[in-house]
Ligand binder design. Structure first.
Ligand SMILES: CC(C)(COP(=O)(O)OP(=O)(O)OC[C@H]1O[C@@H](n2cnc3c(N)ncnc32)[C@H](O)[C@@H]1OP(=O)(O)O)[C@@H](O)C(=O)NCCC(=O)NCCS
Length: 160
């Protein structure tokens, strides 16, 4: 799938080391381990997408786990140098498209309560807060805000 300034493709097992490097860059305080990433890439319910610019530079990635009518947004991140240019919104829209095509009706996610950028992105894209999970995250320990979005309509955002 292509937007005007970015394209995405599904991540494969061979992308493990690229994803690990992205994870360590984007979530330096609490990155997923190589084993966690390998398990996610092998999971039949999970889809991970990589976003690239027109020169083939990786912009970020995200993943969803579709189980029946429910989908969890597992992660989403844009490399520091590319933030604020619409790629996070683009990736989120692509993840919602995957969920929609997989038959999901509802999307769920957890976000650090202090992560105002991500919370603003999710709110702008139709997610609603449904609760708070105390001390859900580690490194550092922090509450999670749980959010939900119903997928009753297809989504088609692209970078501006
Ligand atoms: C959250 C993240 C994915 C957003 O990606 P991005 O490409 O920078 O965001 P976009 O340019 O697509 O912005 C989309 C919307 O997000 C919100 N947003 C993005 N950055 C923001 C910031 N610094 N402050 C407040 N709101 C912000 C805005 O609502 C923005 O819409 P607008 O530009 O119309 O105001 C990115 O900041 C990131 O990778 N952060 C580190 C990893 C992370 O926290 N992931 C989420 C884990 S739950």
């Amino acid at each position: 799938m292509h937007g005007p300034r970015a394209s995405v493709r599904r991540a494969e097992m061979d992308d493990h080391d690229l994803l690990l490097a992205l994870e360590q860059d984007i979530f330096p305080e609490d990155p997923w381990t190589p084993r966690m990433l390998a398990e996610e890439l092998a999971c039949p319910f999970s889809t991970y997408l990589l976003a690239f610019d027109k020169d083939g530079e990786c912009l970020g990635y995200g993943g969803v786990k579709v189980v029946g009518e429910t989908t969890d947004i597992m992660t989403i991140g844009v490399v520091t140098a590319a933030r604020g240019r619409g790629f996070g919104r683009f990736l989120l829209a692509e993840l919602m498209r995957v969920a929609h095509e997989g038959g999901a009706q509802s999307l769920f996610l957890e976000v650090r309560s202090s992560n105002l950028a991500a919370r603003a992105l999710y709110a702008a894209e139709g997610f609603h807060q449904i609760g708070v999970i105390r001390r859900y995250f580690r490194n550092p320990v922090e509450d999670a805000v749980s959010m939900r979005r119903d997928l009753c309509e297809p989504v088609s955002h692209e970078p501006a």
